[in-house]
Write a protein of this length. Structure first.
Ligand code: ISL
Ligand code: CA
Length: 553
């Protein structure tokens, strides 16, 4: 593939900002858009290509913005629409793209559409949400949900509405009613909202829960999960056969793509949040076997690094399987963390988090970073009376809470880490006095994880083989994962020690571009090379004498 034909979102890295937690500008303890603007130097020098900003639309904040009450505005907590315009202009001026988080599956129960839909069975929006009669049987209607569908946040996915005498469906909270994507008017309204933001210059969307948009039109019961032990969330009681990944969803994704394609010089990116096994995930690229066109999402998010055990064999197998299943022309992507998942440094510790950074930023495909991971931020510890996440408040104590991975960004060693002049909405992490942007940028900390991220991002930008090359020779050998990135006569060898033991590897002649412990750069290697516990090496090979690699690893 010629580098010139490539698109910005293929070559660069994406940085996710959870706006409540990035930077507060007015002392109310909640991050906001002017706060992001004030940190633009940090973003512009980190080396990422785009920022993805989690929802900032008007919202009652039942799910912190993933319950949208107006798709075309900014919540006063986060600022104003002019604040957003200022932010996007400034980011563009600094060469950064802007990806919005868009929530098409459900609105807030305070959205005017739902307020209208719920008042009667014959209003113009009566069919904009998923309304069903109570199941037949004895007992009061509110005790007879239409079927056994369960909310992702626990409990039945149906809530009774006395005004209509019917239930409405919600994949998540009862304050997040699911829109009826079989209704063409709903589609039109959401596509108009997408255009509202595209007209304001946004460079793409991350579509929330894209694989959940369509539900079974016969509302059949989901099959019981034979593996459910009775513990954890009630969501696990049934298998989401009729509530997720329905075949008609692909039609909707193709329509969303068409909305974006209708813009001249379209280069906005369509990303889908999709938690599915690889085979079903890659179907969201929408490969059409008749025309060989891709009609779906540009990048269905690949969360498999988050879900795969940290083991060289398993990850080598994952890379090979994913690469092997990508349809022709589809561009891969990798994600290590987000606002719904335990942070990588908590899962693996700092040394392996460094190895994970080298993995994420040297794999083939667009990497997405979660704010704070570049500092090796761990999950915060949240005292029971500090819990804010509805997923935890709904089902206390079963580990659904996402507050720990949403604690404030750590900027400096001031009392609230430079995040706010007031009381932060979630507590600042312990250890913030030393683990923060200022400390890790200081000349006293040349080997900080932040410097590792900056160097990895810079090298990835600098070398076409790293952002556009093939991946090949994916291997695992006694806990060391290795692979090459290749373009033309440029070849890089990556060795990642996923264990806590010292390992020996054999390398072809080359020199070290980078190590995860930021030590030994520039040194020549060749033959037996020692890898420290939890160390990764990025090597530029001198005269690779191996034959041309196959297309697939
Ligand atoms: O079921 C899951 C994974 O298999 C959950 O992680 C779930 O899919 C995920 O929480 C969906 O996330 C998105 O939509 C939610 C919102 O709370 C999350 O923050 C968002 O990322 C509802 O909008
Ligand atoms: Ca604020």
């Amino acid at each position: 593939m010629k580098t010139s034909a490539r698109l910005w979102w293929q070559d660069g890295a994406i940085y996710q900002i959870y706006p409540r937690s990035f930077q507060d500008s007015n002392g109310d303890g909640i991050g906001d858009l002017p706060g992001i603007l004030s940190r633009i130097d940090y973003l512009a020098t980190l080396g990422v290509e785009a920022v993805w900003i989690s929802p900032f639309y008007p919202s009652p904040m039942a799910d912190f913005g993933y319950d949208v009450a107006d798709y075309c505005n900014v919540d006063p907590i986060f600022g104003t629409l002019p604040d957003f315009i200022r932010l996007i202009d400034a980011l563009h001026t600094r060469g950064l793209r802007v990806i919005l988080d868009f929530v098409p599956n459900h609105s807030s129960d305070q959205h005017p559409w739902f307020l209208e839909s719920k008042i009667s069975r014959d209003n113009p929006k009566q069919d904009w949400y998923l309304w069903r009669d109570p199941a037949p049987g004895a007992g009061v209607p509110e005790s007879r949900p239409p079927n056994n569908w369960q909310s992702h946040f626990g409990g039945p996915a149906w809530t009774y509405n006395p005004e209509r005498g019917q239930f409405y469906y919600h994949s998540f909270l009862r304050q997040q009613p699911d829109l009826n994507w079989r209704n063409p008017e709903v589609r039109k309204a959401i596509y108009a909202a997408m255009r509202f933001w595209l007209d304001r210059g946004v460079d793409g969307f991350r579509m929330d829960v894209l694989w959940l948009l369509i539900k079974d039109d016969q509302f059949r019961d989901n099959p019981l999960n034979p593996d459910w032990s009775g513990g954890g969330s009630s969501f696990g009681r049934v298998l989401p056969l009729y509530t997720a990944d329905r075949p008609e969803t692909h039609e909707v994704v193709a329509e969303m793509r068409a909305v974006m394609a209708s813009y001249p010089n379209r280069d906005a990116v369509l990303i889908g949040e999709i938690y599915l096994p690889l085979r079903d995930l890659v179907a969201y690229y929408g490969f059409d076997p008749n025309t060989a066109d891709l009609r779906g999402a540009d990048m269905p998010f690949n969360f498999h690094l988050i879900q795969t055990p940290w083991n060289a064999d398993r990850i080598a197998q994952l890379i090979r399987e994913y690469e092997g299943q990508l349809p022709t022309g589809a561009w891969p992507n990798w994600v290590l963390g987000n606002h719904d998942q335990t942070r990588i440094a908590t899962r693996l510790g700092e040394y392996q988090a460094r190895v994970a950074a080298m993995l994420l930023l040297t794999l083939r495909g667009t990497p997405t970073l979660y704010y704070g991971d570049e500092l090796g931020m761990t999950d915060g510890s949240i005292h029971p009376d500090q819990v804010r996440d509805p997923a935890e408040l709904n089902q206390p104590g079963i580990g659904m809470g996402r507050d720990p991975e949403r604690t404030p960004m750590l900027w400096d060693n001031s009392p609230v880490a430079g995040f706010t002049s007031g009381q932060p909405w979630l507590p600042v992490n312990e250890g913030a006095a030393t683990r923060n942007v200022a400390a890790q940028s200081s000349p006293d900390a040349p080997r900080s994880i932040l410097n590792l991220y900056r160097k990895l991002l810079a090298l990835r930008r600098q070398h076409p083989a790293l952002h556009a090359g093939a991946i090949s020779y994916v291997q695992s050998n006694s806990g060391v994962l290795s692979y090459r990135r290749i373009l033309g006569d440029q070849q890089f060898q990556i060795f990642l020690n996923l264990t806590d033991d010292i390992k020996r590897v054999t390398s072809e002649p080359g020199h070290i571009l980078l190590t995860t412990i930021l030590d030994g750069e520039g040194a020549d290697v060749g033959g037996i090379t020692i890898l420290e516990a939890g160390e990764g090496l990025l090597i530029a090979l001198k005269n690779p004498h191996i034959p041309d690699p196959p297309n697939k690893p």
